[in-house]
Design a protein around this ligand. Structure first.
Ligand code: ISL
Ligand code: CA
Length: 568
């Protein structure tokens, strides 16, 4: 991108993680150094300078712990060991120091809603009803229908399809699992279990120098322990969506406060929680309000879930959405924090979603790919909050080719279960829709190998971090289905941090379409937008290549072209 230099004017003291660039590494597909087909920690170490040059401040490493890999490491069988294909504990120690010597941080993934069924805790728990660890997981007796058939304790559907309960022959009870049957849920009601989590999964790594955690499924630890059936919202289906039985449950804030007080705060560890199924700002604030002393920030999913047909049965039934819907979510989640003591994240990719260019941009031609990938980058870089990038996003990686056969090429447990479920239904239209949805939305797309032959020209600037990371977000032209426009204003967030005389505004104008967009025609007169003027000297950044900048037209954006104008 072409850029006009200036110096950062942000002053004041804010925690390091607010203005930091986080970068998620999915170890299996990042960098393979011994050619066994699995990325590894030595590969990540080899690429630390690449990440440093990119401007990354903190690496988030997805699970690299011992695991049978039923859910790519989100099924942990030993919190204190490294999966051997990824490397060793000393590789992780070396990684920590490789980050620290470059002034970077490292956070790990904390997966403590569940373990693998191969974890010794679960092996003990399932060994007998009187085992001391029996209560570390959630066991319940069967129910029986009028004909005496055995039934699970509730009608809840798991995230990966099928019931949330699996029958254990040995002790003749069901255990709860919100995800795969091999991922039994830990019982956070049990204080010894919580203590073991804090010691073994958290302090162990913090003591080795890790700087914090991305906390998996952070709002699902407290279940409704009266275990009611969920209302039937999917007639004809055996298992019903029941997120209200475990999301943001009765004791969740108590548990997270305890985790913070006992572990995170004493280590000054940064925390970013994964907060799914929580679409209302007033539900989110209690997790991230500084006064609440729970989490530093969370991932909220309204924007990244656009296009999915709901979180449960319909997840892979793709639904088209207009730009205005995307803009509305962005505006909501950009503005909700104003006047509060909370903080937020900015992201449009992770390991659980299709690639952003293939979902929000256009990967159908080389020109559209380049322009829309840059526009997406500019969009993310100008939003308020801490930015999180996913590996490969910096080079505009796209989804897998559409003609790759699902059964042969898709490996994710969720993709395969949903596909299996659709096929079992015998409903031809549902199968077709599921195939279409998986080709856009499947978790597999973000998990294929990182493309290392990319152009090196993809840095992220730290200039204007005050304005973009903290600035108030003011939407413009909110109903337009082509242009995505907003003003970022220094005044608003953390006013004490910004010197009044240095107050700035930026106008972000993005063409989210494959057609040229005339700004006047859209009633957008850049010069008339309050506080913003266009003209060469005000142009901070454009997605055009340098060679095309001379033919840039002030009043017209090319397909997928975007610009940022500054005013003082
Ligand atoms: O898929 C969802 C709703 O449609 C989410 O609620 C999903 O359950 C959530 O994103 C949880 O994801 C995390 O935990 C899973 C793991 O498979 C994912 O990779 C991880 O990001 C279980 O550990
Ligand atoms: Ca390897």
């Amino acid at each position: 991108m072409g850029s006009v230099n200036d110096t950062s004017l942000c002053v004041g003291k804010t925690p390091w993680w607010k203005e930091a660039v986080f970068y998620q590494v999915y170890p299996a597909s990042f960098k393979d150094t011994n050619n066994d087909g699995w990325g590894d920690i030595p590969g990540l170490i080899a690429k630390i300078d690449y990440l440093h040059d990119l401007g990354v401040d903190c690496v988030w490493l997805s699970p690299m712990f011992e695991s049978p890999q039923k859910d790519m490491g989100y099924d942990i069988s030993d919190y204190q060991a490294v999966f051997s294909r990824y490397g060793t504990l000393s590789d992780v120690d070396y990684l920590i120091s490789a980050c620290h010597t470059r002034g970077m941080k490292l956070i790990l993934d904390l997966v403590v809603n569940h373990t693998s069924d191969q974890h010794p805790w679960f092996q003990e728990s399932r060994s007998s009803k009187t085992n001391p660890k029996r209560d570390w997981y959630m066991w319940k007796p069967a129910r029986y229908d009028a004909n005496g058939n055995r039934m699970p304790p509730t009608n809840w559907r798991s995230y990966f399809a099928g019931p949330t309960w699996t029958w254990d022959e040995h002790t003749q009870e069901y255990y709860l699992h919100l995800y795969d049957t091999s991922q039994p849920d830990l019982n956070w009601e049990n204080p010894e279990c919580r203590k073991a989590i804090y010691d073994e999964a958290m302090r162990f790594w913090l003591d080795r120098g890790v700087d914090g955690f991305r906390i998996d499924t952070v709002n699902k630890y407290s279940k409704r322990v009266d275990f009611p059936d969920a209302p039937v919202t999917m007639p004809g289906e055996t298992d019903q969506p029941a997120p209200e039985m475990w999301c943001n449950g009765p004791r969740i804030h108590e548990f997270i406060r305890e985790m913070n007080e006992q572990v995170l705060a004493p280590y000054n560890a940064v925390s970013v929680g994964e907060l799914s199924n929580t679409p209302l700002p007033e539900q989110v604030l209690p997790y991230v309000s500084a006064a609440a002393k729970e989490l530093d920030m969370v991932f909220e999913f309204s924007t990244i879930r656009l296009g999915t047909g709901g979180p449960f049965h319909g997840k892979y039934l793709y639904r088209e959405f207009p730009l205005s819907e995307l803009k509305q979510y962005v505006a909501t989640w950009q503005q909700w924090l104003e006047g509060t003591d909370g903080w937020h994240t900015v992201f449009c990719e992770n390991h659980d979603n299709g690639r952003a260019v293939s979902r929000f941009g256009d990967d159908s031609t080389a020109e559209a790919w380049e322009a829309s990938a840059k526009t997406i980058a500019l969009w993310q870089a100008t939003l308020t909050g801490t930015i999180f990038l996913y590996q490969g996003q910096e080079i505009g990686m796209v989804n897998m080719p559409k003609d790759w056969p699902i059964e042969a090429e898709y490996k994710d447990v969720e993709s395969l279960n949903f596909y299996k479920e659709a096929k079992a239904s015998g409903d031809v239209e549902r199968i077709r829709k599921t195939e279409e949805g998986l080709r856009i939305l499947a978790r597999d797309h973000s998990r294929i190998p990182m493309q290392w032959d990319a152009s090196p020209n993809s840095g992220f600037t730290k200039e204007y971090s005050g304005l973009f990371v903290h600035g108030a977000f003011r939407p413009v032209l909110q109903e337009d289905e082509t242009l995505f426009v907003y003003v970022k204003d220094d005044q608003g967030f953390e006013e004490g941090d910004v010197q009044a005389e240095k107050r700035r505004k930026a106008l972000v104008v993005m063409n989210f379409s494959g057609k040229p967009a005339n700004l006047q025609e859209h009633n957008l007169d850049v010069a008339a937008t309050p506080g913003c003027k266009h003209g060469e000297e005000r142009l901070l950044v454009t997605t055009l290549r340098k060679k095309d900048m001379s033919s840039m037209e002030a009043g017209t954006l090319r397909p997928w072209e975007s610009r940022v104008y500054l005013s003082f």
